[in-house]
Structure formats: C-alpha cells, structure tokens
Design a protein around this ligand. Structure first.
Ligand code: PLP
Length: 364
C-alpha cells in the first residue's frame, strides 16, 4: 500500500478464487472446472487459427461467434454479447446497468461471492435476502420489492454454492411481476440440470442471462462468457466494453468458443457423464454420513453430521485432494466438491473413508 494508490482501492476486498496448485498431481475438485478436455473440434480450430493472422487484431465484435451462439439459442446476433469470461460480462453489467443512485440491487445472502466484490468496485448499493432454512430461494421478497428503491435482482440459477435451482416458470413469474426491475440470471451451471431462461429473452426487456464456457464446455482456461438479452439492453454492455477493451476475446478464444458450440454431441456426452457421476457421488457421500443438498450443478454441497468441514478439507488436502470450504456464516460447515471423473469421485470416497475412520479411532 503506498500513497500513490487511489483512495477507493484501500477499501476493496477482492474475490478469492479457488486454489490453482502449481503441482499437477492434485485431484482438483475446488473450482468447478470440467474434468474433461475440450471437444476435439476445439483443438482443430485452435490448430488452424495458429496458422493464420495471429499478428493481426481479432474481430472486436466477435461476430462469427455471436452468430453461432444466437443460432444455438434461436436468438438474433444483436441479442448476444461476449466477454473475457462471464466474470467480465458480469462486471460490465454492474457498470452498464446497475449504477442507479438512490436505488439498490438484491441478491441472496448465500450466492456467488463476486457479486459483492463488483458492487463495491462499481459503488452499487445492495441488500442481501436470506435463502430459506433449506437453502431454497424464496421468490416472495423479490416479487414484493419496491421498484422505486430497487433497480435489479441477481440470481445465480442454479445457485452457487448451494446447487439448487429455480424453475423457468418461477423466473418468468418474477419477470412478469417486476417489469421495472432488471433481472440478471447467472446460468454458469444451467447445463447440468436446470432450465435456461434464454428462450424468454425475446419476450422480456428486463432479462439479462449470463453464461460461461468455463464449466459445461470445458474451457475455463480460454476465458469466454456470454450475455443474452434484448439488443437495446446489450447496447449498454457494448458501450462499456468499447470504453474498456475493444478486444476482450482474442482470435484463439473466438474460434475455439465457436467450435465448442458447434460440437453438440461432445457437449451432451460430457454433461451426461457429470450428471451420472453426481448421482454416484451423492449416494456414496450419504452412506458416509454426509448431508448432500440436491444438486443441479457440477458440484455437490455437503456437510458431515459430526466432523467440521475445515478439518475434512485439510485432511483431504494432505491426501492430494482439493475441495472448497467457505468461511461464511450459515455455510461454514459445508464443503463444495466438484464432480470430477468417475475415478476421481472414487478416490475422494476412499480418502473420506480413511479420514472418517481415523477420526473415529482418535475419538474412542
Ligand atoms: C464460475 C462462475 C462464474 C465465472 O465464470 P467465468 O466465465 O469463468 O468467469 C460466474 N458465475 C458463477 C455463479 C460461477 O460459478
């Protein structure tokens, strides 16, 4: 910290991402990445792109990619915005759509922790609404919000780190009940078992759907995020983007992301495998005495009846397995565990069996 720092930077509390270990031999179940490599078509597209024009700037508007995504969701190309990861798309949304002095935004008390960080960075006031006792999102506080005081709502659907989702009909109920509130639906995990609100975009001017290629499309390392919304709404994001970085997606990212959307077969295979491993893992964890929240994502959120989450996370780490623990009220005894390969799920279960039996021995 030096006197050269901008005043407001002293107060910033940055987001802390999951650990990215330097050694490769960890089983990484802490950042909700896909355990599968990207589609072979992504590889081909990257190889071809290396042979052409990397000395030139990329298309600043990512037109070919946006056309592909638009077709995928049966939207128009001007209803698609892309950015350098959905975190950047979210950041631009805060800057472009949520700065309304005198009004605040709403999001759940337990959700993606970046929302608070962006709110602080862009000086957007917020109020959190507690999830229900079973971590379900209850719609009524949002349905009853006063649009004179509240400008927008952000809902991760499915929610992170709980893994629970609202039904599409509930999202639509909110859009209809609150035509003067912007509803941002962060669908980072939607492909693992929830319904996307993308189909509602043509009918609701108060909807912004945010997605990422980092999870279900195995491209966390590429950094591509998407926003879907009506063209007038997205124009605000385009303005902010073009006032910040004209080229958020490089040439490689544009062609690789496009290839990922074009390989539907591979995408379906990967998500089906995650969904079936989730069933296996949930069952095995319950048999070990864990409470497992029903998950519609590529992770499970679990708590052991007797042993503290922090202790389990540390013991797993010693055995080379990383999981995520949040030191946050209401969830300090939960672990968020990414669904890995089937063999990784089995190794996790074996490690937990050992850890639990050792703790049992020391207790007796
Ligand atoms: C992972 C995640 C993101 C960020 O995804 P990137 O595209 O990798 O930046 C956004 N929202 C939620 C809820 C996430 O879990």
């Amino acid at each position: 910290m030096t006197s050269f720092w901008s005043d407001s930077v002293h107060q910033l509390e940055p987001y802390v991402p999951g650990e990215q270990p330097k050694q490769a031999d960890f089983i990484k179940l802490n950042s909700n990445e896909s355990p599968f490599a990207p589609s072979p078509k992504v590889r081909q597209a990257l190889q071809q792109a290396l042979d052409t024009d990397l000395q030139k700037y990329p298309d600043p508007e990512s037109e070919a990619l946006r056309a592909t995504i638009a077709q995928y969701y049966q939207l128009q190309a001007d209803q698609v915005f892309v950015g350098n990861g959905s975190d950047e798309v979210l950041a631009h949304s805060f800057r472009a759509l949520l700065q309304h002095p005198g009004r605040h935004i709403l999001f759940p008390d337990i959700t993606y922790s970046f929302y608070k960080v962006y709110a602080a960075l862009y000086e957007v006031d917020y109020q959190t609404i507690p999830l229900g006792p079973d971590f379900s999102l209850e719609l009524s506080p949002y349905l009853q919000a006063n649009p004179q005081a509240v400008s927008a709502v952000i809902i991760a659907n499915p929610n992170a780190p709980t893994g629970k989702a609202l039904r599409l009909q509930q999202i639509e109920q909110l859009l209809q009940a609150q035509p003067n509130l912007l509803v941002i639906v962060d669908e980072a995990y939607v492909d693992f078992g929830a319904q996307s609100a993308a189909s509602l975009v043509p009918r609701y001017d108060n909807l912004l759907v945010v997605q990422t290629l980092s999870k279900s499309r195995s491209l966390a390392g590429l950094r591509v995020g998407v926003a879907l919304g009506q063209a007038d709404l997205l124009q605000a994001l385009v303005r902010v983007k073009n006032s910040f970085n004209s080229y958020p997606l490089d040439r490689l990212a544009q062609v690789a992301a496009q290839a990922a959307f074009e390989d539907e077969t591979y995408f379906q295979q990967c998500r089906q495998q995650i969904i079936s491993s989730r069933q296996y893992l949930s069952q095995a964890l319950m048999e070990l005495g864990f409470e497992v929240l029903p998950s519609q994502t590529n992770f499970v959120f679990v708590r052991h009846a007797e042993i503290e989450a922090a202790q389990i996370a540390a013991a797993l780490r010693q055995r080379g397995i990383l999981v995520r623990h949040f030191k946050q009220a209401r969830i300090e005894n939960f672990l968020r565990i990414t669904i890995g390969l089937q063999v990784e799920c089995q190794q996790l279960i074996q490690a937990l069996q050992q850890i639990l039996s050792e703790i049992d021995k020391t207790a007796n």
